[in-house]
Structure formats: structure tokens, C-alpha cells
Design a protein around this ligand. Structure first.
Ligand SMILES: *C/C=C(C)/C=C/C=C(C)/C=C/C1=C(C)CCCC1(C)C
Length: 246
């Protein structure tokens, strides 16, 4: 009963014009629904795709838990939940790197590729956190470092080692890899925009346009976490049905 009272009390605090709170709320629900979808569909696939689907579900589930806290934090303080945001990312973005590795394993991807991607993703996020939470006066500088790490990741998957493996794998893996590459190039580019809207710098115009950092991040998360998982899901569907046909 007490829990219910707490939950209801929090919900009633979301004002009708609180569009930031609204996106936290809807984001939380979407992540929960996506997790149920991935977890429940897992066993209908060929063994070798199950881990990939499991990881897709873990990504949205970890996000759902963090959105639960972020939604609350926003409702209580009307402040950006920077800490929860970055803890979420530092868990889920490396898992997205694991996804690249898992689908390329059919072409002989090595663990070193996975660790390389994970390393650069952590550099990207830690430098971003420094700029957003600690050294806000030099946000542009930390954002730049973060952006460099982002480009290294984009380079590896678009033109480097990962690209070659995807070409060797061919077929459904190659086309899924290509779609994931677009997610990283276009979908992930949403985040630096949010960062620029939420930190001081020469790019202040973005915030003046009335763009809110958390709304941008929340849209980015929905697109990238759920979209990314659905690409993997699509790959598992097509690979499983072609295996059954053979
Ligand atoms: C599920 C969460 C995802 C996919 C988060 C991705 C986050 C980024 C790609 C963040 C990138 C940033 C920059 C490239 C520069 C400014 C600082 C960041 C951390 C917002």
C-alpha cells in the first residue's frame, strides 16, 4: 500500500506542460515493453541468435530501470539526472558493442574487436560526463574528445575491421551490419546535439532555440536502444527462417 501511495504521488507530480517529464515517462514504458518483447521472443530463434536477442533485451531492460529512476528524479528536482543517465549509458553502450561482435562472430570476429569498441565507447562516455557534470566551463573541450572517440567507433564499423568481417559474412549479416552502422552514424549523432543544448559553449544557440537536452537524449535512447534491438531481431528472424528452409 505504501509503495502504491509513493508511485501515485510521483505520477501526480507530472504537470500537463511538463514535456520533459512526459518523455521520461513514455521512455520508461517503451523500454519495459521492448524488454518484454525481446525476452519473450528469444526462444523462438536458432540457438546461435539467442544471445544476441538476450543482449538486446538486457539493453532495453537496463534502460527501463534507469528511466524509472530518472523519471522520479526529474519529478522531484526538475533537474537533469546526469548521474543516472551516464551510468545507464556506460552499461548499455558497451553492450551495443558486444552486439556488433556477436553478429560478426559467424565471420570469425575476435574478442579484441569487441574490446576495442568497448574501450572507445567508455572513453566517449567518460569524457562526455566530465564535460557535462564536472568541468562544465570546458564542456566544448571534453565534448570534442568524446566526439573523437565516437568517430573512432564509427570508423571501425564503417571502414575498418568490422566492415571487412561483415563483408565476409555476407547476406543477412552484412545488411544488418549496414543498418547498425547507420544507427551509429545518424542515431548516435542525436546525443552530441543534446549535449550542446545542455552545456554552455560557443554553440549556445541550440539551447536558445528552446531545445531541451533531456528530451533530445530521451528521443535518442528510444531510437537507438529499441531500434538497434529490432535490427538484431530482424536478422534473427531472417536467419532462422532461411535455416529452416534449408
Ligand atoms: C543507449 C545509449 C546510447 C546509444 C548512447 C550514446 C551516447 C553517445 C553516442 C554520446 C556521445 C557524446 C558525444 C559524441 C559528444 C558529447 C558527449 C556525448 C557523451 C553526449
Amino acid at each position: 500500500m505504501k509503495l502504491l501511495t509513493i508511485l501515485l504521488a510521483d505520477v501526480s507530480k507530472i504537470a500537463t506542460d511538463d514535456y520533459v517529464g512526459f518523455t521520461f515517462f513514455v521512455g520508461c514504458m517503451a523500454m519495459m515493453a521492448a524488454s518484454a518483447f525481446f525476452f519473450l521472443s528469444m526462444n523462438s530463434f536458432d540457438r546461435k541468435w539467442r544471445t544476441s536477442i538476450l543482449v538486446s533485451g538486457l539493453i532495453t531492460f537496463i534502460a527501463a530501470v534507469h528511466y524509472w529512476y530518472m523519471r522520479d528524479y526529474w519529478a522531484a528536482h526538475a533537474e537533469s539526472p546526469t548521474f543516472f543517465r551516464y551510468v545507464d549509458w556506460v552499461l548499455t553502450v558497451p553492450l551495443m558493442c558486444v552486439e556488433f561482435y556477436l553478429i560478426l562472430k559467424v565471420a570469425g570476429a575476435k574478442k579484441s574487436l569487441m574490446w576495442k569498441l568497448i574501450f572507445w565507447s567508455v572513453v566517449m562516455l567518460v569524457t562526455g560526463y566530465f564535460g557535462e557534470a564536472i568541468y562544465r566551463d570546458q564542456a566544448w573541450f571534453w565534448g570534442l574528445l568524446s566526439g573523437i572517440a565516437y568517430f573512432v567507433i564509427a570508423y571501425i564499423i564503417w571502414f575498418g575491421e568490422a566492415k571487412k568481417l561483415a563483408e565476409q559474412a555476407g547476406g543477412a549479416v552484412l545488411s544488418a551490419h549496414k543498418t547498425l552502422c547507420w544507427f551509429v552514424l545518424v542515431g548516435w549523432a542525436i546525443y552530441p546535439l543534446g549535449y550542446m543544448a545542455g552545456t554552455p559553449g560557443w554553440y549556445d544557440g541550440l539551447a536558445n532555440l528552446g531545445l531541451n537536452m533531456d528530451v533530445i537524449y530521451n528521443i535518442g535512447d528510444a531510437v537507438n536502444k529499441i531500434g538497434f534491438g529490432l535490427v538484431i531481431y530482424g536478422l534473427a528472424v531472417s536467419a532462422t527462417s532461411s535455416a529452416e528452409a534449408a
